[in-house]
Write a protein that binds this ligand. Structure first.
Ligand SMILES: NC(=O)c1ccc[n+]([C@@H]2O[C@H](COP(=O)([O-])OP(=O)(O)OC[C@H]3O[C@@H](n4cnc5c(N)ncnc54)[C@H](O)[C@@H]3O)[C@@H](O)[C@H]2O)c1
Length: 328
């Protein structure tokens, strides 16, 4: 008999979570039922889920991952959890860390408790390379110590440790993914790639932190969700898996790409004061997920950025109101 897997996706109205949900349901024959639990903060948009709204395998619950009663009820009706919901913007965490501790730490613990009580089979905690802090040379492996620098990264590290503690203490099947910087369509314009792109498309100027020599690995959102899905289906309980993009760039090189894609030059770039506590370089060694689960990123940077810029060019009505919003 073909059994249906009931998957709860938290934060499924956000940038990465919605991409994951659309991908899961893209196969009409997939034996899954997907419920999105999302509080619809400034970062969530139900329109990201329009493509799946008519699918009878899809349901949406408007709610907060910190609401223990709601989470308990919803989780008792699901087999697996893929947990994306988070406060996700580093600059906001520098301005005020409280919502980050609440959603990222308390929210994760609330879900873990409910997963344990509700008999959830698998819990995938989606996390970030930022938990390791900066690395000058080489790349972090999954057993590297956590040395987060921003309040955002610290809250994600705390959530990861809590998730792994539920595995070690209670035997809950928890799997943690840590990925590099994502980019792609539908990312909120507060984040670097869409911020630069939307500024360039509207004739504005691009702010570049410090000397622009900070290094990040860039990962197309489609490759990230493919990595998360491999871990959900075939990862091992209690394990951490890195999901990398294989594209290390300085911020100057990233800006070069975006200027070319938008037909602009360096006269449009402003050098601004560096972000407080700005990590110089992030780098992940993702050989574990490649060897164990056959992961590899499929979208090269030029292709991914071209698709991303084209999407922002074609979808102004989505991002223009967000660029002017007071809560950015
Ligand atoms: N964007 C990146 O480059 C990146 C890199 C590494 C890891 N991550 C991680 O991936 C996950 C998803 O990131 P994203 O970029 O899609 O984030 P996002 O900010 O675009 O989306 C977050 C979603 O979570 C929802 N949410 C926030 N607080 C909530 C709460 N209390 N209860 C329920 N829902 C809530 C929001 O409404 C939104 O839909 C996060 O856990 C983030 O830490 C992101």
């Amino acid at each position: 008999m073909n059994t249906v897997t009931r998957i709860l996706v938290t934060g499924g109205a956000g940038f990465i979570g919605s991409h994951y949900v659309r991908t899961l349901l893209a196969d009409p024959a997939a034996s899954v039922e997907v419920t999105v639990l999302d509080a619809l903060t400034y970062a969530g948009d139900p329109a990201h889920l329009d493509a799946v709204r008519g699918d009878r395998r899809f349901a949406f619950v408007h709610g907060d991952v910190c609401d223990a009663e709601l989470v308990g009820k919803v989780l008792s009706e699901h087999d697996e959890v893929v947990h994306f919901a988070a406060e996700s913007h580093v600059d906001r965490s520098i301005a005020g860390a409280a919502p980050f501790v609440r959603t990222n730490v308390l929210g994760t613990q609330t879900l873990l408790d409910a997963a344990l009580r509700g008999g959830v089979r698998t819990f995938v905690q989606v996390s970030t390379d930022e938990v390791y802090g900066s690395v000058d040379t080489g790349a972090w492996t999954e057993d590297a110590p956590l040395l987060p620098n921003s309040p955002y990264a610290a809250s994600k590290a705390a959530a990861d440790l809590m998730a792994l503690a539920y595995h070690r203490t209670h035997g809950l099947d928890v799997r943690v993914t840590r990925c590099s910087n994502n980019y792609g369509p539908r990312q909120h314009p507060e984040k670097a790639v869409p911020l630069f792109t939307t500024r360039l498309l509207t004739g504005g100027r691009v702010p570049l932190y410090g000397d622009g020599s900070h290094v990040r690995d860039w990962l197309y959102v489609g490759d990230h969700v493919a990595g998360v899905e491999l871990v959900r289906r075939r990862g091992r309980p209690g394990e951490v898996y890195h999901v990398g993009g294989g594209t290390e760039l300085t911020n100057r090189q990233l800006v070069d790409f975006l200027l070319a894609a938008c037909g602009a030059d360096w006269s449009r770039v402003d050098h601004v004061a560096d972000r407080k506590g700005h990590d110089r370089r992030y780098a992940l060694d993702d050989s574990k997920i490649r060897a164990e689960l056959g992961y590899r990123p499929r979208t090269d940077l030029a292709t991914g950025l071209a698709a991303t810029v084209a999407w922002y060019r074609d979808n102004r009505p989505w991002w223009e109101p967000l660029c002017g919003r007071a809560d950015r």
